[in-house]
Write a protein that binds this ligand. Structure first.
Ligand SMILES: [Cu+2]
Length: 185
């Protein structure tokens, strides 16, 4: 919850900042500086705004990138690995790498509680999404399922129960019904 509030605060701050920048640019456009001032230093104020925006951007980058899912549990060994092949309009899941010629699909995937698990997600046709939702229908983590790439997604489930997987990329006529689930025990 705390993190949600922090993210909301971050978004609101960014919105206020952007509004302020727009207001500044708008007001300077309405009231251009006198000619002599303009000739002496035509871009000084806007240059300052650009530098300021660049600094804000770099600071936000440094604050948010370490929190991105790519580094989640990167120094831990996953207790279980699940291979996921997305395909219009379903997910194949297995504890072993999936051989498309004779796939061995797990119909009831079970994952351990409070231990890091890893999903290795790819697609066999078009780009799909792979979003994991808890029992309250809150999105916990997500990645894309892309043909030709394997995206690794690590997570530690702290509540037992059923989790739903939904596609988050519009992938065709059956997109809305593309879903799966697994259990955490
Ligand atoms: Cu889809």
């Amino acid at each position: 919850m705390e993190e949600h509030k922090f993210i909301l605060f971050l978004f609101l701050s960014a919105a206020v900042l952007v509004a302020g920048i727009f207001h500044f640019l708008y007001s300077t456009t309405l009231n251009p500086p006198s000619e002599s001032e303009g000739l002496q230093n035509p871009l000084k104020k806007r240059g300052f705004v650009l530098v300021f925006m660049f600094i804000v951007f770099v600071v936000l980058l440094f604050v948010t990138v370490p929190k991105s899912p790519y580094f989640l549990f990167s120094n831990e060994t996953p207790a279980k690995v699940v291979y996921v092949n997305a395909q219009q309009f379903a997910y194949m899941m297995s504890y072993k790498s999936i051989d498309l010629n004779k796939p061995e699909i797990e119909t009831d995937v079970e994952l351990p509680l409070n231990e890091p698990v890893e999903f290795r997600v790819t697609s066999v046709d078009v780009t799909h999404g792979f979003g994991i939702y808890n029992s309250k229908a809150e999105l916990l983590i997500q990645t894309q399922a892309m043909p030709g790439y394997v995206n690794r997604l690590r997570w530690k489930f702290t509540e037992p129960g059923k989790y739903n997987i939904l596609c988050l990329e519009f992938c065709g006529s059956g997109h809305a019904v593309m879903r799966s689930s697994f259990t955490v025990k």
